[in-house]
Design a protein around this ligand. Sequence first.
Ligand SMILES: [Zn+2]
Length: 303
Amino acid sequence: MAYYIVFQNKTYHEERVGGYLWAPKRTKSGKAIYHWTNMTKVKEGDIIFSMYKRNLVSVNIAKSNCIDANRPAALDSVNLWEKEGWLVHAEYNVLDKPIDINLYIEEILPLCPGMYSPFTTGGRGNQGYLFEIENPLGEYLLGLAQAKNHIQLTADLSREEKDYIKEVDDLLNRFMDETEKAGIRKSRIGQGLFRNKLLANTRECAICGLAIKELLIASHCKPWKDCSDIERLDVHNGILLCPTHDALFDKGLITFQDDGRIIISNRIKEKEYRLLNISKEIRLPFKKEQLPYIKWHRENQAQ
Ligand SMILES: [Zn+2]
């Protein structure tokens, strides 16, 4: 999942009502502009923050990848650009309490990219439409919005999935003790609905191939407590593992490079590799959708 900021200003109302984002492909003189071309990077499930007059006013979820589309008629009166453009369908979650960005600009600026930043060093909004931002800024803005508003970004989740998340969260909230919480996570998540989703794709430990179904555990790369609801149930965030390999992965004693090669903690002695059924040759065939979660695990869980 990627994050973006869109400065809609003149077109915010029409785009929100229509449930989309739209930008032209080129200027009248035929020039491509990076903050329009950024539209082509947007994928279904990405989060896009709408800015209107220096306020964060809506947290939107892309409901489609970017598609080619002529300018919607609703924009004719407010938008004098070329007709040929790009469109992303989006679900707008309008904030009851918009966030005044100026109040948080000192926290925001250090999280902005050096080039093509949505905000200038003076703290003003940059001239442009769509800006890609890094996860730390995306997560910061999402946190700001969620702290002051009740926003649900779970449009794609089924009733059953939403109930399951609530049930696990309620259970976790009842226990203060981290050890007990870890036990609940293993029993309710590693053995529950998330596991069933993973079992639909594979039926063996990703590392050793153990195929005794009752023993397999769905291990989260990015743990439950750090996930959005969508990430919590995203199969790409899971690896099916046997108890030994789940324990090693869960404790960060093993993790993986983006190319799938194993990284074994130096807390494990080489003579113990055989006992744990691991070797430096292990390499898992990750899909590209798994890589953000693997990266998270490598950077935050690895010992
Ligand atoms: Zn295994």
